[in-house]
Design a protein around this ligand. Structure first.
Ligand code: COA
Length: 389
């Protein structure tokens, strides 16, 4: 077994892109190549994520198309679909292939377009996203993804006294972080009052409690330790990866607020990395809705159960706080182009561990954690990255 390392990263701005998927993805891939010090012909395999291209772009066999477009034609390519956890699942498999000695240099990435630039306005795209809910038991009820997370969050409010102000504090924090990220979709601050005055999308979520629809791409070059030594990119170690699923539909979950797949994936990742939650210095987690961040900080063991709302409201999870969460702005402010999100989290954390994160840098970070969730908390991938001593 060899250790896997990330030696190069790249991503586009998240927002609205009026460009075909291959062109959009190429921007992220070429940035990652330059950062790593590789060219297309140096790459042995391509692990790639796109969740909804069949429904949104009439494009279902993307991996070899993208590989050809960035100069890697002929190598083995595999596409992953795992709802919002799509590209972190691709990352997990790339890491395992490198660790097993199957490949030395792998390109991992994701691309997605979800804004009206696809021709699909908010109601139509909401219906596309809802296809990740249970086909027989949830879709016929009209349940949307804001609705899914509203159900989980309402239960947390009932059980723990979490308030709408606590939820709004997550949006305020992540929008503030987003102002320090030039690639973020939203570079403007908000306030608790502004969040609470916004229109209701799915009670308790107002518009500003929700992530936006986004277009974008992200890429990372993952290599063996030996291959990294011959490349110019500054490597970051992959210390552990966990991947778990939970029962669907929602009605069958043992405990609505537990997000059990996150707990199981985190336990695996911490064990593989040989660390505990206390050792984590910076986190990128799946805040598709403010309530999702509240549940995730608890599931990852960063705070005690019931304290997820307090964590944002009291500034524990802000830059400068005890455990900074979503310094990139998170899905809430940076944006959420489904298939790109998992790798984009790893781009941010690689830059954090290298000390390249500019105004949003977390000082002296040695361990970083990414939490990427798919469906109704049905799938979670947790990855731990570390500074190489
Ligand atoms: N956060 C902050 N601002 C947002 C926003 C968001 N999520 N969504 C839209 N805006 C802003 C727009 O920039 C626009 O601002 P402007 O008037 O200054 O130009 C304004 O709000 C209205 O935008 P519009 O696109 O008309 O909003 P919409 O009502 O069509 O969609 C949501 C808003 C929240 C309903 C939509 O973004 C949404 O459904 N998000 C959730 C996506 C989702 O479910 N993802 C999967 C997660 S698992």
């Amino acid at each position: 077994m060899t250790d896997a390392q990330i030696v190069g990263v790249g991503m586009t701005d998240f927002g609205v892109h009026e460009r075909p998927l291959p062109e959009l993805f190429a921007d992220a891939a070429f940035e990652a190549f330059d950062d790593a010090g590789v060219d297309g012909p140096d790459v042995d395999a391509f692990y790639f994520g796109n969740a909804m291209g069949g429904q949104t772009e009439d494009d279902t066999h993307l991996a070899p198309t993208l590989a050809s477009h960035v100069g890697m034609a002929g190598i083995p390519c595999q596409r992953y679909e795992d709802a919002c956890a799509t590209s972190s699942n691709a990352f997990k498999h790339a890491v395992r292939a490198v660790e097993a000695g199957q490949h030395d240099v792998v390109l991992v990435g994701g691309v997605e377009r979800c804004t009206p630039a696809t021709g699909l306005e908010t109601p139509a795209m909401t219906s596309v996203f809802a296809t990740a809910a249970h086909r027989q038991y949830e879709q016929p009820t009209g349940l949307t993804f804001p609705g899914v997370f509203a159900l989980l969050t309402k239960r947390h409010m009932h059980d723990h006294g979490t308030t709408e102000e606590d939820l709004a504090a997550v949006a305020v924090k992540n929008h503030r972080h987003g102002t320090m990220n030039p690639r973020a979709q939203f570079g403007k601050e908000t306030t608790v009052e502004e969040v609470l005055e916004g229109p209701i999308v799915a009670d308790p979520f107002h518009l500003m409690d929700c992530c936006p629809f986004s277009d974008g791409a992200a890429a990372a070059v993952v290599t063996s330790e030996e291959a990294a030594a011959s490349l110019s990119g500054t490597p970051v170690g992959v210390a552990g990866v966990g991947h778990a699923t939970d029962v669907v539909p929602i009605a069958d979950k043992a405990e609505l607020t537990a997000t059990q797949s996150a707990r199981d994936a985190a336990a695996q990742a911490y064990a593989e990395a040989g660390i505990t939650a206390d050792d984590v210095d910076v986190v990128e987690l799946h805040d598709c809705f403010t309530g999702a961040e509240v549940l995730a900080v608890e599931a990852l063991g960063l705070v005690d159960d019931g304290e997820g709302g307090t964590a944002a409201a009291e500034g524990w999870t802000a830059l400068g706080g005890e455990i900074p969460v979503n310094p990139s702005g998170g899905l809430k402010a940076k944006g959420h182009p489904i298939g790109a999100t998992g790798v984009a989290q790893l781009v941010e954390l690689t830059e954090q561990l290298r000390g390249e994160a500019g105004d949003r840098q977390v000082d002296d970070a040695t361990h970083a954690l990414a939490h990427n969730l798919g469906g109704d908390a049905a799938t979670t991938v947790v990855s731990v990255l570390e500074v190489i001593a």
